[in-house]
Structures are given as structure tokens and as C-alpha cells.
Design a protein around this ligand. Structure first.
Ligand SMILES: NC(=O)c1ccc[n+]([C@@H]2O[C@H](COP(=O)([O-])OP(=O)(O)OC[C@H]3O[C@@H](n4cnc5c(N)ncnc54)[C@H](OP(=O)(O)O)[C@@H]3O)[C@@H](O)[C@H]2O)c1
Length: 275
């Protein structure tokens, strides 16, 4: 069933940069009203300005977008933010769970605190926000929940034990939830980006929680976020449930080998040092 974004209330996490910012701008262009979340309030304001620019001129007057900064790793902050988000426009039509933090450290060098932080930010928060937003969608028998996983949610990779675990956990959770909600009118979709040109690897955490600070070559050569956003919303509006995007040959080969030739995969990925 085709759903358009026009006049929908869309809550996007991780809207302060990268893919989330591009998803916000593209949703604004398609006529959505946005709730923009992340920790960096200044960057969220910049996203809001970009959204205002992208909105089609002559579009009917709509409520202004809202920014809602909070830390996803803090369980009480996310409970409060979910209540505030629902109160802002009286409903949420689309919950876009895009925020995420990656990792660049071996398991043995990653502190338990950093491991848990990554799991909480990427997975725990996605579950909690879904738990908070789902009841009003169920009452209306309408709504869309989208989770941005990763190629690392389809295969493992060195220096990403927590990241890959969190992304696999998202896939397991949302595909199970999707089966429970079949026939309810709700759409639960997953997005699996391959390589998109963002700061995800620079923002990745080292084993002690410091910022990795280096841009991976695969991200550097990746797809432009605006292109990713256009493809993702096109496919979501068309009702797609599992979306692979920016999935270049390396990503496709890696997922294929991991599934069908695990010995060859592990030899190759350990030699090439990750994704
Ligand atoms: N780029 C790629 O090639 C790629 C590939 C596969 C999957 N992905 C996934 O795509 C999603 C977006 O990543 P990106 O590439 O756009 O990277 P990014 O530019 O680093 O964006 C990450 C976003 O997540 C937010 N975030 C991180 N930790 C947070 C926290 N504790 N609380 C609230 N917000 C937090 C950040 O906002 P603040 O800093 O303002 O908090 C930022 O807006 C992630 O889920 C990532 O795993 C990306």
C-alpha cells in the first residue's frame, strides 16, 4: 500500500548529521512536519533551516518543525523525550530510528561500559521509543516505524562486535515485531545502508569511549546522503519492508560470502581489516 509523507508527522533520531539530516530534508521536501532529535542542539537547528529551505514553495502552511534534543543512551531521557514528542503534534505517523554510533576497537579492548553504551544507543533506545510510540499508532491502525540498521546487521566485521551485535539485534527485533503486527495497518521497515558519505566512522567509539576520529575509505567513497535519503523515502512510500541502499559490490559480496561461504568470508574480512 502506498503511503505518502505529505502532512505526516515524522520523528527522526540522529537528525543532526549525515543520513538523518538528509532524511529530514527530503521528508520536508515531500511535505512532512518534522520532529528532529539528536544531542547537538545547534546542529539540529541547522537541519531545521535546511528543511525549511527544501520545502516546496507554495506548499500549504503547516505547523513549524520541532527540535527535541536528548541523549538516546540515557533511558530516562528517552522516556521523557517520547512523551514530549507525542505531545508536540498529538501524534507521530512515522518514527524514523536512524541515530547510531559505531565502534573501532577489538572486543578485548572495548570496555564493558563502551560496549553497553553502543548497545543502548543503537538497540535499547530503538526498543524503548517503539514501545512508547506504538500504542497511538495501533489505536489509529496506521503508522510507520523504520529502523536504520547496517550492512553490519547482515554480517559481522572486526572492530565492530558491539556495533554489529546492536544492528543484528535491531533486525531480529523489528522483523519479529513486524510479524506480530501483520494485518494491523502499520508498516515496520528496515533500512540496511552499505556505505554512505557521513562522519559515522569518525564518530565511532574506540575501546575507552574516545572518538575514533578517522574517516574510513569506504565511507569516503560512499553514496551522497541526499541520494540515500531520496531512495529510502521512495521505497518506504512504496511500502518496502527491507531496503538495502548504497550497497556496492563489496557490501553485496560480503553479505553473500558471510551467508554461504563463512570460512572464505572470515579469512577475507580479517585480512582486509573490516568493512
Ligand atoms: N554512513 C554509513 O555508511 C552507514 C552505513 C551503515 C549504517 N549506517 C547507519 O546510519 C545511521 C546514521 O548514521 P550516519 O552515517 O548518518 O552517521 P553520523 O553522521 O555519525 O550520524 C549519527 C547520528 O546519530 C546521533 N546520535 C549518536 N549518538 C547519539 C546519542 N547518544 N543520542 C542521540 N543521538 C545520537 C548523532 O547525533 P548527535 O551527535 O547530535 O547526538 C547523529 O545525528 C546510523 O544508525 C548508522 O549506524 C550508516
Amino acid at each position: 500500500m502506498r503511503q505518502t509523507l505529505a502532512d505526516k508527522v515524522v520523528w527522526i533520531t540522529g537528525a543532526s548529521s549525515g543520513i538523518g539530516r538528509a532524511l529530514a530534508a527530503e521528508a520536508a521536501r515531500r511535505g512532512a512536519t518534522l520532529i528532529l532529535s539528536g544531542r547537538n542542539e545547534g546542529a539540529l537547528r541547522e537541519t531545521a533551516s535546511l528543511c525549511a529551505e527544501r520545502r516546496r514553495s507554495g506548499a500549504p502552511r503547516r505547523p513549524a518543525d520541532a527540535i527535541l534534543p536528548f541523549d538516546l543512551a540515557d533511558p530516562s531521557a528517552r522516556q521523557l523525550a517520547a512523551r514530549q514528542a507525542l505531545a508536540l503534534f498529538g501524534r507521530i505517523d512515522v518514527l524514523m530510528l536512524n541515530a547510531g554510533v559505531s565502534q573501532r576497537a577489538r572486543f578485548t579492548e572495548t570496555s564493558p561500559e563502551v560496549f553497553d553504551l553502543i548497545m543502548q544507543t543503537n538497540f535499547g533506545a530503538a526498543v524503548d521509543l517503539t514501545r512508547a510510540v506504538l500504542p497511538q499508532m495501533r489505536e489509529r491502525n496506521s503508522g510507520m516505524i523504520v529502523c536504520v540498521s547496517s550492512v553490519a546487521g547482515l554480517m559481522g566485521a572486526p572492530w565492530r562486535t558491539a556495533y554489529s551485535a546492536s544492528k543484528h539485534a535491531q533486525a531480529g527485533f523489528f522483523s519479529s515485531l513486524r510479524s506480530e503486527l501483520f494485518g494491523s495497518g502499520l508498516q515496520i521497515s528496515m533500512v540496511y545502508p552499505g556505505f554512505v558519505r557521513t562522519a559515522i566512522s569518525e564518530n565511532a567509539l574506540s575501546g575507552d569511549g574516545g572518538r575514533h576520529g578517522e574517516l574510513d575509505p569506504l565511507q569516503k567513497a560512499g553514496q551522497a546522503p541526499s541520494e540515500t535519503a531520496r531512495i529510502v523515502w521512495d521505497r518506504l512510500e512504496a511500502g518496502a519492508l527491507d531496503i538495502r541502499v548504497a550497497f556496492d559490490f563489496k557490501a553485496r559480496l560480503g553479505v553473500f560470502l558471510a551467508r554461504h561461504f563463512p570460512k572464505l568470508f572470515v579469512r577475507s574480512i580479517s585480512r582486509h581489516g573490516g568493512l
